[in-house]
Design a protein around this ligand. Structure first.
Ligand code: P6P
Length: 335
């Protein structure tokens, strides 16, 4: 029982947000509202994902979907659901989404917050029933409330996040988030439609023996990364890479491990996006005592210059992130 901290395992997300709201006198409930908006949308997306497998069986279960329209791709559906929930919640003035080339200006003259999100990452995994995830970051706008949205409201370094989190649609559906005072995980109970605190105050193991990297691309990687991967094999580490970032990240966060998506010939800046993948998970990683770099510096220190810019990502147990950095430094010194 975490009564000393003011909550017990099994408390609902709503109750937990209320308890923790007092941590943020300035937020006066706005940040709480955004977290509730995200939780609501995730429940709806969770239901759509669970139905997706069947909704293509037209005959057996009626038309492809209620409107009889062509079944929309789930990442499009997720984008609509999260955008709609955040719009209705009334606290957000702009959204950066992996699904939209441009910033979505919600025309909300009282919105103080900006959300960057990947509404459904790894959506190519849906058709083969592999876990997928939603990733999000929350920032306060820096220009006056009510004035036009400016690039500086959107292009904020990761250190400026007021909150970040992810939803993992897996064997259980979980919501994991931080507001800068630790990381807490909630598990969704379908029959009640509620998230319950299941993983209070997540602390990542300082070291680990799981490495997540697409070894099919090794020939395109720097020698430092190749040498690190070889060192993992020599130490009989486990290779665990399911091609779905949130699932790989979450497992490594709980068990210890490192996820690497480095520069490759095909992706010279890496594949993952800074604003709504790397920054969000880096904030969570550091709040759980883990680390996140682009191979040279902390992800959270990077000043964004483009909405959908990519970054190499080395994220997980601190010792492992330090180890691969040593291999990469040796490469530079020997070159
Ligand atoms: P690759 C999914 O497309 C994704 O963005 C991440 O979820 C995943 O970790 C990565 O790309 C997989 O990329 O190049 O190994 O197929």
């Amino acid at each position: 029982d975490h009564s000393a901290l003011g909550y017990s395992v099994g408390v609902t997300l709503d109750r937990f947000i209320k308890i923790k709201q007092d941590d943020f006198p300035f937020a006066s409930g706005e940040l709480s509202q955004i977290l509730r908006d995200i939780a609501l949308a995730s429940k709806i997306v969770n239901r759509e994902i669970n139905r997706a497998g069947l909704s293509n069986i037209g005959g057996a279960f009626g038309s492809t979907n209620i409107q009889g329209e062509e079944q929309q791709k789930l990442d499009v559906v997720a984008n609509i659901r999260f955008t709609r929930a955040l719009t209705k919640g009334g606290e957000v003035c702009a959204i950066v989404s992996e699904e939209d080339d441009e910033v979505i200006d919600l025309q909300n003259s009282s919105g103080k917050y900006v959300v960057a999100m990947d509404p459904l990452d790894g959506s190519s995994n849906i058709d083969v029933n592999i876990s997928i995830g939603t990733i999000f970051s929350i920032y306060r706008r820096v220009t006056p409330v009510g004035s036009p949205i400016q690039p500086e409201d959107i292009m904020q370094e990761g250190n400026k996040q007021v909150a970040a989190g992810y939803v993992l649609y897996g064997s259980s559906t979980m919501l994991v988030y931080t507001t800068g005072k630790g990381v807490n995980g909630f598990t969704y109970e379908n029959s009640l439609g509620e998230f319950f605190l299941s993983h209070p105050n997540i602390q990542a193991p300082k070291d680990g023996n799981i490495y997540s990297i697409n070894e099919g691309l090794t020939s395109q990687m720097q020698n430092g990364v190749k040498n690190y991967v070889e060192s993992c094999k020599k130490r009989n580490f486990s290779a665990r890479y399911i091609g779905s970032l949130v699932a790989d990240f979450h497992r490594n966060l709980l068990k210890g491990g490192i996820y690497i998506y480095p520069k490759t010939n095909k992706a010279p800046d890496g594949k993952l996006r800074l604003l709504y993948e790397a920054n969000s998970l880096a904030f969570i990683a550091e709040q759980a005592g883990a680390k996140a770099t682009n191979g040279e510096e902390r992800i959270l220190n990077i000043q964004p210059t483009a909405l959908h810019q990519r970054t190499p990502l080395y994220i997980g147990s601190g010792q492992m992130v330090d180890d691969v950095y040593q291999f990469m430094k040796e490469e530079i010194q020997s070159s």
